[in-house]
Design a protein. Sequence first.
Length: 305
Amino acid sequence: MIPHKDYQDRIEQVLDQILPDRGATLGKANSNNLNAAMRYSVLGGGKRVRPLLVYATGEALNIPVDNLDAPAAAIELVHAYSLVHDDLPCMDDDDLRRGQATTHIQYDEATAVLTGDALQTLAFNILSQPIQGVSAENQLKLLNILTTASGEKGMVLGQAIDLAAVGHFIEEQQLEEMHRHKTGALIHASVLMATYCHASQYGVEEETRLESLREDLRIYADAVGLAFQVRDDILDIQSDTETLGKTQGADLAAEKPTYPSIMGMTAAKEKLYQLHDKAIYSLSGFGEEADLLREIAEFIVKRIK
C-alpha cells in the first residue's frame, strides 16, 4: 500500500484543479480534444511517488504543506509527460499504461505528442507563478532544479542512453548511469525541490544545518531513485501484466539491458536491499519527522507494481 493516502488524495485534488476542463467525452471520436487527453494521461491512476516525496521531505523539514502543492504538481506533470512520450511508437511503443490504453492508443499519435508538450509546459507555468510561502529566490531554485532534472542533463539524456542501449550489452556502471538520469533525476528533484519551499533565507546557523540535512537528503534521493528502477527491472520479469498495469516482459522483449539481465536476479535483489539500507541510514540525522520518507523507501523496494 502507498504510504500516507492523505497526501495522495491531496495531490489528486491539486492536479484536478490545475488541469484544463475536460471539454468533450473521452475516446477516439474526440481524438483532437487536447484537454481531455491531458486529463486522461495524468488522472488515470499512478503511484504518485514523486509528489509524495515532495510532501514527505517537506514534513521532515517542517515546511507548511501549502508551500509544497505547486512543486508536487509540477513534478508529477513532468513525469506524466515523459510517460506519454516514452510510450510512443518511436520510443518504447507500448499500448498499456496504468492498466489502460496509452495516450496514443486512446487518442492518436499526434494528440499524444501534443499532450506531452502541453503537460510539460503546464508544469513550468505553475512554477513560474507566485507560490504561497516560497520566496522569489527559492522559486528560481525550484525552476532550475526541475529544468535540469528534466532535460539534456537529466531525464531526456537517460531516455537517449536507453534507446541507444537496446540490443547491446552494457556494464553495470553504464546501466546505473542511465537510470540515474532516466528515473533517478526526477526522484532526486522531488526531494531537493522541497528543501527550498520556505519563505526566505534562514539565519546562518539554521541555513548551515539545512544544507547539512539537504546533503543527507541528496544521498537518500539517489538511493531510492536507483532502487525504484532496480525494482522495476525485477518486476518486469517476475510480475504479470494485470498486476503491473503495463506489459510484463516488455524490456526483455525489446532487448533492453536490465539489472537482472546484467547481474542475475539474486544480485539484483541484493543491490535493491543495499540501496534501501543506504536510504534509511542517510536519514539518521532526522527523528520521527522523517518517518514518511522511511516508509516510502520501504514501499519502493517491496511494491508489486
